[in-house]
Design a protein around this ligand. Structure first.
Ligand code: WT7
Length: 687
């Protein structure tokens, strides 16, 4: 067992010997050498890696090319331009060709512990080819956009790989977003079709996904966009009665069985088709579309500080190289691994580390439909034992929530198969890190705190389990190809230890996003205009005296709630839609489990008065508008907001008021200082 070494009061965790022994990268020296090569000569570094993949043809121009400085011309990033390949072919055909056909690609674990299944690479290939043919039969072709709004089921992976196979750009929307948010994303990308399922159980809750999709399609129609087709997976078990209101004869009413019978009403129209019916008719072979390295692969929306979500666009070759390589080294992938990433495929973590990264390594993964607390708080560890999971990846918010239930839920399960424990989504507090390491990992597993973003495509700052001495709370060092720097407000590089600055990157790596879909200008202003010549993450960070990077969190108007980025502007615009609200200002507030939560100040219109009921209504408004995960924790009345004379809301002061800290700092620029006292008085009792 490895215990921590004391480092002047801070804890140091050297690599675990049994992990180091088998690791691809088994010393810090080896990491340093590879890192040096990766940044000094990226071309030969990634060229070597590219040899592991199948290319239909070689690059025609430069191996990579870029411009990070908008003063010199448009921002662009290109890797292996002119080369042709297909990521789905690499994930499936290539692995089958090297003898992995009968290997399990995914175990599927249902929300109900009795539900499960698996799919081999052969079978996945067959399903993907059939579904590719389904999409083709609908006239969908390279460059078209298709929205996916699905639960964590195998068909989700089939759908995404089928899109990739024929060059359709998938836009997955997490199936927890509201119909409004879904519609906004469909419209922005002009998606021609959508893939969903009838419904899904999450814990004790039955969600009617089809209904949400129907509502979204209606919103799109009202705004002039027609979604041509809707494909529906029949996912609910026969015990869940499906009753269609105006059925096409394809729907049956099944007898209620052992599970609580719930009636899920779904509507049916001409554009709807059942997935299984469509699949029956199709061939199990489909020639992939040979894609240019820089052709779009997918888009995924992330919150933007203006409130309108941005369609982050990733391209085929660079994303393929980067997702597979980070997966291989950060989780030290070994052929006998059982790998489990708990993230939903609706977020980037699911794209890269449930689907593309593992599949391109020929790994066996797990797709889990349920939630960590159902049927009880031991579910994760029960699943770990059931499948003998070796590599496990989850979020700090889940770790903190599970900690609260005590060690028993963990220790009653063996967990002896575990080797590497990953975390992602937000800074992990040392207390949670140590619990993960000591209790979940029994002091015999490596903890990797991986920092990255939807935009980065894969891990950018992360320990390597066989090489890095870790410190709880630090994401440690850059991955291969990543050149981080910390800048002060003037754009000068900070070299002094312990001083916080803006975290930026100096040069591109293959997995970096290429543009914001349909809005290249926004891409340039969001990421490249604050500091010319750098990609700006929007996060603050500092380096300690040993060179370890500590990411401290967002320094823009974004709030990270349970690892999900929310834009305060987006929440504010939901709040002002309510008849009682004239103005709203939303700030981040610390939260024990979620990391951060949102705290809303609302100014009411004449004739309205603040009440508990109104506060609940406002919380629900945000829930309906954005999605349940965005619901604010606190709403308080604000007869006035602290504004500068030019009318800018001083959020710095609001953050202080939200936590009850009277040391609000300099208020000399405020138009009216008296609002501050009033706001302190009106803080809700539970804040
Ligand atoms: C933001 C990106 C990329 C996966 C999930 C979130 C925060 C992410 C860490 C970490 C500190 C982290 C940052 C980042 N973040 N991982 N290990 N330590 N902060 O993707 O929604 O694009 O959010 O999540 O603030 O900018 P995302």
């Amino acid at each position: 067992m490895a215990d921590a070494q004391d480092n002047h009061g801070g804890l140091l965790f050297p690599p675990i010997e049994r992990i180091q022994k088998e690791a691809h990268i088994s010393s810090f020296k080896q990491y340093e050498d590879m890192y040096k090569q990766s940044i000094e000569d990226p071309e030969s570094f990634w060229k070597e890696i590219a040899k592991q993949f199948y290319w239909k043809s070689e690059p025609t121009g430069k191996f990579f090319d870029y411009n990070f400085d908008s003063r010199k011309g448009p921002i662009f990033i290109k890797w292996m331009e002119g080369a042709t390949t297909n990521i789905c072919y690499n994930a499936l055909d290539r692995n089958i060709d090297r003898g992995l056909g009968s290997k399990i690609a995914f175990h599927w674990e249902g929300n109900n512990p009795e539900d499960g299944g698996h799919i081999t690479f052969n079978k996945l290939y067959e399903q993907v080819c059939k579904f590719s043919n389904v999409l083709k039969s609908m006239g969908l072709k390279k460059g078209d956009r298709v929205a996916i709004y699905m639960p964590m089921i195998i068909e989700l992976v089939v759908a995404l790989l089928a899109c990739a196979r024929i060059g359709v750009i998938h836009s997955i929307v997490f199936a927890g977003f509201s119909s409004e948010s879904l519609a906004e994303r469909i419209l922005d990308a002009s998606c021609r079709a959508i893939i969903t399922s009838d419904g899904v159980w999450r814990g004790n809750k039955l969600l009617n996904l089809k209904h949400i999709v129907d509502e979204a399609i209606i919103i799109c129609e009202k705004r002039g966009h027609k979604v041509e087709r809707c494909i529906v997976v029949r996912h609910l078990s026969p015990s869940d009665e499906i009753i269609t209101e105006d059925g096409d004869g394809d729907c049956t009413t099944e007898p209620p069985a052992k599970r609580p019978s719930r009636q899920l009403k779904i509507q049916w129209s001409d554009r709807d088709s059942w997935w299984h019916k469509l699949m029956e008719l199709q061939d199990a072979v489909c020639e992939p579309e040979w894609m240019d390295a820089e052709d779009p692969l997918f888009m995924l929306y992330t919150s933007g500080s203006t409130g309108k979500p941005k369609g982050v666009l990733h391209t085929v070759a660079g994303y393929m190289l980067y997702s597979a390589t980070t997966f291989k080294y950060v989780f030290d992938y070994q052929p006998d691994d059982i790998y489990w990433c708990t993230a939903d495929v609706g977020w980037i973590t699911g794209h890269t580390y449930v689907c593309y990264g593992p599949l391109n390594n020929g790994a066996t993964g797990i797709i889990f439909e349920g939630v960590p607390f159902y049927p009880d708080a031991g579910r994760f560890w029960q699943i770990v034992d059931k499948y003998k999971v070796t590599k496990f990846y989850t979020a700090p918010t889940a770790i903190r929530a599970l900690m609260k239930f005590g060690d028993d839920f963990v220790t009653r399960h063996k967990r002896t198969s575990l080797k590497i424990l990953g975390t992602v989504g937000e800074p992990i507090n040392p207390e949670a890190w140590l619990w993960y390491y000591n209790v979940v990992g029994n002091k015999r597993c490596a903890v990797v705190d991986t920092f990255w973003q939807t935009e980065t495509g894969g891990h950018v700052i992360t320990p390597l389990p066989g090489a890095t001495v870790t410190k709880p709370g630090s994401a440690t060092f850059p991955f291969f190809g990543i050149v981080p720097a910390l800048l002060d407000e003037e754009g000068k590089e900070i070299t002094e230890a312990g001083k916080e600055g803006y975290l930026v990157f100096k040069q591109p790596w293959p997995g970096i996003m290429r543009t914001v879909f349909g809005n290249h200008e926004r891409f340039e202003t969001t990421y490249f205009k604050k500091f010319h010549g750098y990609y700006c993450t929007g996060d603050g960070a500092k380096k300690d005296a040993d060179g370890y990077i500590w990411v401290t969190g967002r320094i823009d108007d974004m709030v990270n709630v349970s690892g999900h980025l929310l834009s305060t502007a987006e929440i504010e615009s939901a709040l002002v839609e309510h008849a009682a609200v004239s103005e709203a200002a939303v700030v981040s507030h610390p939260h024990k489990i979620k990391g951060e939560c949102t705290y809303c100040f609302v100014t009411l219109k004449e004739g309205f008065s603040f009440s508990k009921d109104l506060s609940v209504e406002l919380k629900n408004k945000v829930r309906e508008k954005i999605g349940p995960f965005a619901q604010p924790d606190f709403v308080q009345e604000a007869p006035g907001l602290p504004k500068t004379r030019s009318g800018k809301i001083m959020r710095r002061i609001l953050r202080k008021i939200a936590v009850g800290d009277k040391e609000v700092g300099d208020i000399s620029t405020l138009a009216d200082e008296t609002v501050i006292d009033k706001l302190f008085q009106l803080r809700p009792a539970d804040a």
